[in-house]
Design a protein around this ligand. Structure first.
Ligand code: F6R
Length: 256
């Protein structure tokens, strides 16, 4: 695991965006796995800036999103589909036919999940998977207890997640209880995993994921077994790491 610690949120976004920009530059057809949530918003803003100010060309990239709520159409302003177009895709020159976001309105969810897995496989693999981390240690919607070998599937959201989401909906009945999510096993097949975390609120779970035991109770800890995982953290999110000084030392003394 490569742990990169930066001073603040802006700095982690610049570092992550630079990493992605180089990938896109060297391989225009790069397959990117993308996440939603508040964490990658700054990264997406920086990618939009690189496109607008520096001409970074996204016309040939292929994208796969991690997850989507079941029962929300793409037009619903709380759907992850809406989020991605609103916060990234509408502002860069991505080809809409290359965008893959799980369809929360699919009729046969199991068959759809199998199709999604096959579609990823058809592109060979995901080159770079962007991840956030939930305060319970989840990646995508792989809540505590999810198999570390899991594949794309329907996942029942925890009561806590449903309650947390209630504020975004007019009535409790509208709050989704299920999601389609890539599995931990699916994520682990990406060539590189890039997890971003910021803020003190994530410090405890970041330390568990990086320095604690590998466990299905903190699905992000599976990244310890990944051969190329990069974690870009701000100082606050890194503040509970036992090896904090060592990670900084390694970064400052990177061999040429
Ligand atoms: C989103 C996703 C989730 C989030 C996680 C952190 O597609 O897969 O795992 O990355 O819940 O969310 P934020 O960034 O809002 O703290």
């Amino acid at each position: 695991m490569e742990v990169i610690i930066k001073s603040d949120y802006d700095a982690i976004n610049r570092e992550a965006a630079q990493y992605i920009a180089e990938l896109v530059y060297h391989k225009p057809t790069v397959v990117l796995g993308l996440a939603t949530g508040s964490t990658p918003l700054g990264l997406y803003r920086e990618l939009i800036r690189l496109h607008k100010d520096e001409g970074l060309d996204f016309s040939k990239i292929v994208t796969f999103n991690l997850d989507e709520y079941i029962g929300l159409p793409a037009t619903h302003d709380q759907s992850y589909n809406f989020f991605m177009w609103d916060n990234l895709f509408n502002h860069i020159n991505v080809n809409p036919t290359n965008v893959h976001i799980p369809n929360g309105m699919a009729g046969d969810i199991d068959a759809y999940c199998e199709w999604y897995e096959n579609e990823i496989e058809a592109y060979g693999h995901i080159d770079l998977q962007v991840l956030g981390i939930g305060s319970d240690g989840h990646i995508a919607f792989n809540e505590p207890g999810s198999s570390l070998g899991s594949r794309t599937r329907l996942k029942t959201l925890t009561k806590q997640t449903v309650e947390d989401n209630a504020r975004f909906f007019d009535t409790p009945e509208e709050v989704p209880r299920y999601a389609i999510t890539m599995g931990v096993g699916t994520i682990m097949e990406a060539r590189t995993c890039l997890l971003l975390a910021n803020g003190e609120g994530k410090a405890k779970v970041v330390a568990e994921a990086i320095e604690g035991p590998v466990t299905a109770m903190v699905t992000a800890s599976a990244l310890q077994l990944h051969q190329d995982s990069i974690l870009i953290l701000d100082d606050a999110a890194a503040s509970k790491l036992k090896q904090y000084d060592y990670y900084k030392w390694v970064y400052d003394n990177k061999p040429e």
